[in-house]
Design a binder for this molecule. Structure first.
Ligand code: URA
Length: 250
């Protein structure tokens, strides 16, 4: 394996060129992504962030569907985000993981300690539980895409507040726009609240199809909740069956 050939000065110039205006520091992850893209020779123009707000109206425009490199470009921008105070208390921005052409996207609440350490969503105890649900869909973890409402760990694993979700969800919306999954599974009340709005009760709304910009959305319980109350896992299994039915065209 060859080591990255980019220097911090190169990275700073590159980010300026593609429209990232404020980059307080360049992490090893940012340097790695840029280096990969230079080697692949597929550098494309990154459109600077447009303000997008959650909305349930209207289908996503087809031209927003792009390849994994669109997601890589968004990752570079997101990793440089300092829009809210959560970043100060977190070790890193946890962008998302999985297949850029995933048919199904899972959305959780926010990174916990393990995710903050490893830079990947759902790698701790809740993630291990989620990993046991995905095969029920006839899929593997690497087939789906996994992201969170907020990309930086809230202190003491508390739920994000509306101000934090409000500045972070536009990143998630752009991930959804790039991936354009056939279905989204929302994990828990916080994901439901901040993607679709309202003050939902997950016990009432799980298993009921909703819609986000033309994409079918199924809320279910958060795996951390199931770890605390495993008797409710049968309802999750029903929801996985419902999702599978949709993906299988049933
Ligand atoms: N809980 C979440 O909501 N997201 C994670 O990434 C991990 C735990």
């Amino acid at each position: 394996m060859t080591s990255p050939r980019v220097t911090p000065a190169f990275v700073a110039a590159y980010l300026k060129e593609i429209g990232v205006e404020f980059v307080p520091s360049v992490s090893a992850e940012v340097a790695r992504v840029i280096d990969e893209r230079r080697r692949g020779g597929t550098r494309e123009t990154i459109v600077p962030s447009t303000k997008t707000t959650p909305s349930t109206a209207g289908a996503l425009p087809a031209e927003t569907a792009t390849s994994g490199s669109g997601l890589d470009a968004l990752r570079v921008e997101t990793l440089a985000c300092r829009r809210c105070p959560l970043r100060e208390g977190a070790k890193q921005v946890v962008f998302g993981v999985g297949n850029s052409h995933a048919r199904l996207m899972f959305i959780g609440e926010g990174p916990g300690a393990d995710e903050d350490d490893q830079g990947e969503p759902f790698v701790g105890a809740a993630g291990k539980r989620l990993n046991t649900w995905i095969p029920r869909l006839g899929l593997a973890r690497q087939d789906v895409y996994i992201a969170n409402i907020v990309k930086c760990r809230p202190p003491d694993n508390r739920a994000p507040v509306p101000e934090e979700a409000g500045v972070c969800v536009p990143w998630l919306i752009r991930q959804i726009e790039i991936i354009r999954p056939e279905a989204i599974c929302l994990l828990g009340a916080t994901a439901l609240r901040f993607l679709l709005g309202g003050e939902p009760k997950i016990t009432r709304e799980r298993g009921q199809w909703r819609e986000y910009k033309g994409i079918p959305v199924l809320p279910t319980y958060h795996p951390a909740y199931i770890l605390r109350d495993p008797r409710r896992e049968d309802e999750v299994f029903q929801d996985m069956e419902t999702l599978k039915g949709r993906l299988d065209g049933r």
